[in-house]
Design a protein around this ligand. Structure first.
Ligand code: IPM
Ligand code: MG
Length: 341
């Protein structure tokens, strides 16, 4: 029986996790769950963002499903403090999840929910492939005597493996995003990407784009992009920007892959403290993360597709949570998806 490590986390995390588990159980009757608090919830209960027991269970699982971590209660400016986000960084690093896939495909039914004009977002279908275990997130950092620093480091093998993953995911074009006019890491990134392209994937088009120009083009010509591959922090920023093409950050799922063991699945959205406990969070990002878990984590393509089309159909029939301008609650959106299933 496949074993899922369930890490609901903070804020709306637990609310959308309930929704995702209901949907998973509707398409798979053989799943077992082991649940642990992570993030602020784990800091409150155990004084750490993720316990060793949770790490061990996550490593032993077939897939990890995570809600969201963080919140004002644990926000501190203190350098070196125990922060909820440490749970994410530990899970990503220890599970070796260097490839973070953020698919962005606005649904036809939601074209008018985006702040961008319909004619710009029609037929957008892109994948942001974010490097997840290197760069500024994992570099040496510190604060002392009125001076603070963070370091961005990338090695050739780290760039090679994420760039290969991007080429493998692409049908015709990869856009590699960097800041090669400023950063050494970006110049190395560009050099390695160009070589991997020439040696291994000459039939796919490769273009290099500077991150600032890419940010602009995501809004002015989003259809241009198929697969974007970029380093950790640029990918973090560009994916929040690109989420608005789908109408709401609440819509986006992600899969973090690349390790020898289980992969991790979570919505792109955060813990949303402003709406926590009201039962109004959009569960779609989390439900679609469960679909990615079925596909990439358990190899159950038919079930994954069934969940995705149930979400499409429910939205086509008009169900809208608050972030999409509607009034449906988390439970109502979940029920609408379950009915389509
Ligand atoms: C994300 C989030 C995290 C990140 C935060 C919560 C640390 O924004 O997954 O995109 O920056 O990686
Ligand atoms: Mg982010």
């Amino acid at each position: 029986m496949p074993n899922i490590a369930l890490l609901p986390g903070d804020g709306i995390g637990p609310e959308v996790t309930v929704a995702a588990v209901e949907v998973l159980n509707a398409v798979a009757t053989d799943l077992e769950y082991v649940e642990h608090p992570v993030g602020g919830a784990a800091i409150d209960a155990h004084g750490v963002a993720v316990t060793e027991e949770a790490m061990a269970d996550a490593k032993a699982s077939d897939a990890v499903l995570l809600g969201a971590v963080g919140g004002p209660k644990w926000d501190t400016n203190e350098s070196g403090a125990v922060r909820p986000e440490l749970a994410l960084f530990r899970l990503r690093a220890d599970l070796g999840l260097f490839a973070n896939l953020r698919p962005i495909k606005p649904l036809r039914a939601l074209y008018d929910a985006s702040p961008l004009r319909r004619e710009l977002i029609e037929d957008v279908d892109m994948l942001i492939m974010r490097e997840l275990t290197g760069g500024l997130y994992y570099g040496e950092r510190g604060t002392k005597d009125g001076r603070a620093f963070d370091t961005m480091v990338y090695t050739v093998p780290e760039i090679e493996r994420i760039v290969r993953a991007a080429f493998k995911a692409a049908k015709s074009r990869v856009t590699s995003v960097d800041k090669a006019n400023v950063l050494d890491t970006s110049r190395l990134w560009r050099e390695v990407t160009t070589r991997i392209h020439a040696e291994e994937f000459p039939n796919i088009e490769l273009e290099h784009e500077l991150v600032d120009a890419c940010a602009m083009k995501l809004i002015s010509a989003p259809r241009h992009f198929e697969v974007i591959v970029t380093e950790n922090m640029f990918g973090d920023i560009l994916s929040d920007e690109a989420s608005m093409l789908t109408g709401s950050l609440g819509m986006l799922p992600t899969a973090s892959l690349g390790g020898d063991g289980p992969s991790m699945f979570e919505p792109v959205h955060g813990s949303a403290p402003d709406i926590t406990g009201q039962g109004v969070a959009n569960p779609v990002g989390m439900i679609l993360s469960a679909a990615l878990l079925l596909r990439h984590g358990l190899g159950r393509e038919a079930e994954a597709t069934a969940v995705e089309s149930a979400v499409d159909k429910a939205l086509e029939k008009g169900i809208r949570s608050r972030d999409l301008g509607g009034t449906a609650t988390t439970a109502e959106v979940t029920k609408a998806v379950l009915e389509e299933l």
